[in-house]
Design a protein around this ligand. Structure first.
Ligand code: SAH
Ligand code: SF4
Length: 348
């Protein structure tokens, strides 16, 4: 097996270099090419001796994803479709904002969590992505940007449940935020989870990136109906883990709440949510459901959404209504399926 260099950290890369009979500084040098200059082959690494450039490909690999297609939405959102070596489609979504760009990346091909409202969940899990495939989404998109320095924010809100692929996600995060990696600020990287409690507890010890929790309901029966994971880790257990999650100064946990007509959009739900969050440093993202064909569910009305927000604001929570971006290209939350374009009718 060749060594997958984009999955290693600095000390592992140095150790690998030594094992090849090289000076350890070659490890650092190679990482500069991979993550700083975003090289796609050893051939590009012009400060390595020529003989080394020609022998390295036998021993190590540079994982690259093939871009299959880039779909641009009317609102400027761009969905990048990548193909893995084993022909799986991986989706990343670039969301341009006023003064920066945010990239939403995938951690798995598909997802095993089965949330009722989510198209990725409907598809089931194909496999975990490797650490190198996760970070490669960032590298590929950044390489193609006219102003790469604008890409400052990364969110794990694409396909998959990041905490179900813990080790690879943690490796990717570390290479994203280390100065010897891609050097993103840990304050600008956010991991979103449906609430795998044991991994959530470990995450707080292993990294300092932001946490977002997909809540979507304030009582167990509604949440279990929408998100089967709630049967395993009910709200009491999940909220206890959130309360114990270490938050660096002034940091907050983001709670995501999809508003679905007649299911979780009543006044009582908003009041229940405010109660659930009491004592937590929390902000709430309210997301109107993005419908896809066959859900049998509709977004809450704008009137209900604003009323829901008002109740949270009255209870002194920050609550933002997220405008849905990229709907017309099926790039919005919960619309990522890894299916070929055209296979879900509404993708036009
Ligand atoms: N698995 C992780 C991260 C990926 S899902 C998680 O569940 O948090 C990212 C976000 O998309 C979650 O907040 C989820 O609640 C949201 N989402 C999924 N399906 C959606 C839909 N149909 N409409 C709006 N948001 C959706
Ligand atoms: Fe998986 Fe997240 Fe979709 Fe649930 S919402 S099925 S956890 S990707």
């Amino acid at each position: 097996m060749k060594t997958d260099l984009k999955a290693l950290d600095l000390s592992e890369t140095e150790r690998w270099a030594i094992a090849q009979g090289l000076e350890p500084f070659r490890g650092r040098q190679i990482r500069r090419w991979l993550f700083g200059k975003m090289a796609r082959s050893f051939e590009e690494m012009t400060d390595l001796p020529k003989s080394l450039r020609s022998t390295l490909p036998e021993k190590a690999s540079i994982t690259c994803l093939e871009t299959v297609k880039i779909l641009e939405s009317r609102d400027g959102t761009r969905k990048h479709l990548f193909m893995s070596e084993d022909n799986l489609l991986i989706e990343s979504v670039l969301i341009p904002e006023k003064d920066h760009d945010t990239l939403c990346i995938s951690s798995q091909a598909g997802c095993a969590m089965g949330c009722r409202f989510c198209l990725t969940g409907k598809q089931g899990l194909a496999r975990n992505l490797r650490a190198s495939e996760i970070i490669e989404q960032v590298i590929q998109v950044k390489r193609g940007l006219r102003e790469p320095q604008r890409l400052t924010n990364i969110v794990f809100m694409g396909m998959g449940e990041p905490l179900a692929n813990y080790n690879a996600v943690l490796r990717a995060i570390n290479n994203l935020i280390r100065s010897d990696g891609m050097n993103f600020s840990h304050r600008k990287v956010t991991l979103s989870t449906c609430g795998l409690v044991p991994q959530l507890r470990t995450l707080g010890k292993d990294t300092t990136v932001n946490l977002a929790v997909s809540l979507n309901a304030a009582d167990d029966s509604t949440r279990s109906y929408l998100m089967p994971i709630n049967n395993k880790y009910p709200l009491k257990t999940l909220m206890a883990a959130c309360r114990e999650f270490p938050l660096p100064n002034r940091r907050m946990i983001t709670f995501e709440y999809i508003l679905i007509n007649g299911i979780n959009d009543r006044d009582e739900d908003a009041i229940g949510l405010a109660r659930l969050l009491s004592g937590l440093r929390a902000k709430v993202n309210l997301i109107p459901l993005n419908p896809y064909p066959g859900t049998g569910m509709e977004p809450a009305t704008m009137e209900k959404i604003l009323r829901f927000q008002e109740i949270l604001l009255d209870n002194h929570y920050t609550a933002i209504v997220r405008k849905s971006k990229g709907r017309d290209i099926m790039a919005a939350c919960g619309q990522l399926s890894g299916l070929r374009e055209g296979s879900i009718g509404a993708a036009a």
